[in-house]
Design a binder for this molecule. Sequence first.
Ligand code: SAH
Ligand code: SF4
Ligand code: F3S
Length: 466
Amino acid sequence: MTEQTATLSAPEAAPGANSRKVFIKTYGCQMNVYDSTRMSDALARDGYVQTEEIADADLVLLNTCHIREKAAEKVYSELGRLRDMKKERHSDGREFMIGVAGCVAQAEGEEILRRAPAVDVVIGPQTYHRLPDALKRARRGDRVVETDYAIEDKFEHLPKMEKAKIRSRGVTSFLTVQEGCDKFCTFCVVPYTRGSEVSRPLAQIVDEALRLVDAGVREITLLGQNVNAWRAAGPDGREWSLGDLLYRLADIPGLERLRYTTSHPRDMDDRLIEAHADLRKLMPYLHLPIQSGSDRILKAMNRRHTADDYLRLIERIRAARPDIALSGDFITGFPGETDEDFECTMNVVREVKYAGAFSFKYSSRPGTPGADMKGHIDEDVKAERLERLQALLVSQQAEFNASCVGKTVSLLLEKPGRFDGQLIGRSPWLQSVIVDAKGVEIGDIISVRITGTGPNSLYADMVPGV
Ligand code: SAH
Ligand code: SF4
Ligand code: F3S
C-alpha cells in the first residue's frame, strides 16, 4: 500500500440529539483508511457519530503513519493545534478528548504522552477494538496507552459492519485480509509498527465480503502489507493462498471487481498468476513495488530478489494477462546508492513502462537497519534523483493514458462529477474517468469509449446499447 495525503472520512448517519461526535483524520496507507472505518464503527456502538467538522467534535482521533519522518512529524504539529483547541473547549466546560491511533501510536507509545500532554489515549493498530474501553478509562482521568499486541483477534471483537454504514461509504470497499510484515526491508518501519504477518481466516473474509456486497458494494480491494503472503486453511483441508481466495471471492454474485494491494515480488506464486489469467473479475492492474533497480541496493535493502527476478516475473504475469497495467514504489537515495545504481532504477522503469507509481526520497527511520548504514546520501542528491525518476514515471503514465484513447472500456460509476449529468467512474486500470451519463446510476458498470485525457482524469462517452 502506499502512503497518501491525509484523508477525512465521510460522515455517516444523521447525528442524534445527545450523541457524542468524533472527528477522524486518517494519514498513511489504505489500511489506515480501512481501520478508520472500523474504529468509527466501534465508537458508534458507544454512541459516537462521525463528523466532518472538527469544531463539533468531542473526540478527535488521529490515525497516523510512521513510514517517513515527515509523515510522523505532521502528527505532532497537528497535536499542537489540538492542544490549544482543548484548552478553549475546557474553558467552555465541554468535553474534548484526543486520541492517537495507527503506526505512530504503535512506534512511539508513551513517548507521545510525554511530547503531547494533551493526548488522552494512544492506541495501536492491533488493539483498536479496545478503543471504547480506553476512552472510558480516560474519562475517569487516566492517560491510556494500549499498544501491546493483543492476543485476541481484534476482528472477532469489532462490531460487524452494518448495511446503512457500508452504503454511506460507496460502491467500492477495502477489506483487510492480511496484516503485518516479516520481510524486514532495511528501510522500513512496518514490521515494527504492524507486527509479524497474520492472515485473517477464510470464513471471516468471505463473511465480510458477503456483507459488503449485500449492501451494494461492487468492487473490493483486498488489503495487506504483504497481501500476497496471505495463507489460511481452506475448506478442502489444503492451505489456501491469495490466488485461491480470489477464486473463492469471484464466485460471489454481485461482486463484479476484485483488486489487491500491496504485493511483494517474492510472494507472487503460480496460483496468483493463474488467477490473473482466468478471473474476469480480477482487474488487470497490479501494484508491485521494486524500490530500486540495482542488485547491490536491493541486497542492502534486504529485498531478497534481483532486478532480473522482478523483470522475469513481470514477463510471466504479462504472458498470463497481456492487458495488465503495472504500478510500483521506488526509493531514491538509499544509503550507498551511487549514480550508477540510480541509473539501474531508471533502466528498470524504462523496461517495465509503468501506468502509475509512487516514489519517495529515502527517509532514515530510527530502529531500522538502514538508519545505521554507512553512506547516507545528501538530501539534494536524493531530491535530484527523485525529480528525474518522477519525470520519467509521469511521462509513462501520460503515455499509458494516451494509449487508452479510442478504446472501449468498462467503468464502475462511483460518484457524481462536477457538472450536472456527469458521473465519475474507474476504469479497470484505476483511472478516474468522467462521463456524461444518462439512464445509469452510481454502482452501475457501463461500457464507455475513452475520448480524451485531462490532467487527473480521462474523458469518455457512453457506448450506446451496451
Ligand atoms: N509492503 C508495503 C510497504 C508499505 S510502505 C506495502 O507496499 O504496502 C509503502 C512504500 O513506502 C514502500 O513501498 C516504499 O517505497 C516506501 N517507503 C517505506 N519506507 C520508506 C523510507 N524509510 N523512506 C522512503 N520511502 C519508504
Ligand atoms: Fe516494509 Fe518491505 Fe514489509 Fe513492505 S515488504 S512492509 S517495504 S518491510
Ligand atoms: Fe504508514 Fe503504517 Fe500504513 S506506517 S504506510 S500507516 S502501515
